[in-house]
Design a protein around this ligand. Sequence first.
Ligand code: NAD
Length: 618
Amino acid sequence: METTLKGVRGGAPSVLDMDPKFTVGGGVEDVYGEDRATEGQLVTPWTISVASGYSLLRNPRFNKGLAFDEKEREAHYLSGLLPPTVLTQQLQEKKLMHNIRQYQVPLQKYMALMELEERNERLFYKLLIDNVEELLPVVYTPTVGEACQKYGSIFRRPQGLYVSLKEKGKILEVLKNWPERSIQVIVVTDGERILGLGDLGCQGMGIPVGKLALYTALGGVRPSACLPITIDVGTNNERLLNEEFYIGLRQKRATGKEYADFLHEFMTAVKQNYGEKVLVQFEDFANHNAFELLARYGTTHLVFNDDIQGTASVVLAGLIAAQKLLGGSLADHKFLFLGAGEAGTGIAELIAHEMSKQTNAPLEEARKKIWLVDSKGLIVSSRKDSLQQFKQPWAHEHEPVKDLLSAVEAVKPTVLIGTSGVGRTFTKEVIEAMASINEVSLSLSLSLSLSLACSQSDVRLNGLQKPLILALSNPTSQSECTAEEAYTWSQGRAIYASGSPFDPVEYNGKVYMPGQANNAYIFPGFGLGLIISGAIRVHDSMLLAASEALAHQVTQEHFNKGLIYPPFSNIRTISAHIAANVAAKAYELGLASRLPQPANLVKYAESCMYTPNYRTYR
Ligand code: NAD
């Protein structure tokens, strides 16, 4: 007896009942079963059956292991296939968490979790949801980075779809090999810039798999609606090309027209196969392709780049929240970035949009408050001709400045943001300069305040006395400075958040809680918002809506601890609020296709979320 439990799954047809590809006798016909076939076409007489017995235990979507109760064991031919005891899902969870905690090596924890996902999907998500703070670093950064590096050796079963250059001209057929048909989110990488680890070619698959696990655990998107894809156009990583166990194409990366045509075939096939409303999230593409893909497909497909847009949205949320801590508004600040790539320019642009929205000033004016330093120094107008296009809006009038410390002294920022991928670049001198510049601003504002109304001067005074330091580069070793360095060198005055997590720091008898600007705050709720509204395009103002919703979740209690992000343990509620705000924006812009608009979008988002508790089988 074989496989699908259509009734239990609630209607999503499986490959067995509607596969267009397979035909008796070899030929490929693009028809959906007998209903649609003309007399001249070949059809396969698929039948639907119910999973039971041994095959049910080996079907990760329906398997419950020892949690099958007596009635289910009887009804589904499981008697004797399991030991007599019946466990609750809670007890199974307790046992597995105990086992996972025994592993000392993070990669072993990762492998244990992946095996669980392949064995019992609901239990995997139950663990992830209930222990999110503990398991997030295992299924995602930093452990997933190591998993990608060693993917060839730990590879057991394919967890997503591999679309390689070998499939050129047949990508649509490859997509049809995937067993699920109602896909809502695709996360795709070409593996060229995996985290801060560089080109990992086909082994980048760990990233889409990990991100989609978070889509389900944190955003409540059904696992069957998620499709991880790795596009393999080769790799320039010599080590991998020469490695015995490498799983990808052994050739240099395709570039130029060959690359663009292949990606175009992919994007066209995706829309053809899954329709207008499937979300395609680009992940860990090198920046020369990332910006181009986003620009090229942003007007024809529902696309989102987490490295550019997700990062921008989560950082902006932290900055909006920080205003409540500091007083004043975004426009009272001056921003300096170290690193002008996907993350840096993406964040800069979204800050400018929010500032322009808050002050009604033109975007160009808002951009003037934001400065970026790249590997050649401060981005200034005299460098404009040699700059990549995405850096050009930031080339302001200024004489050339070569290094970060000089740039800090020249620009006098109130906010310093590290997005260079290079560790230890916020040196003691840089942090001390930030602390002292903002102290000078404090005394300046004190003298200014004599002529200002009292309440207004208080705002300025509060607004300028603390430097905001965001060290966003990952993994931990690449962080521009540690939390301890930021607090110590600024004598406890910095507000600090980082890309990778840091423990609380004790300085001068006070405990400081560093925040983490983790993209996982935003993308699951953002994606859910697009899905529940049936959005067909992503608009910048939806990113602002997501930032505002996240910032809104930071309470006075969190501010009292110096936090500018809410605790992760609350992430499902946070995601529902983000989804509701994003969906509301989609409706407002006329980009939503799910009509009519639900009256209470937060409740609606919550009601759409996947829950991992076992279902009862008849
Ligand atoms: P990227 O390659 O697109 O950009 C890096 C930029 O840094 C480039 O402009 C490069 O010229 C510049 N750079 C390199 N060395 C430099 C140096 N010594 N001095 C000044 N500039 C230098 O990469 P990206 O996607 O923008 O990611 C950058 C970093 O940000 C990575 O470490 C990534 O992990 C991190 N990141 C963090 C978050 C987060 O915290 N939520 C999100 C995304 C990316």
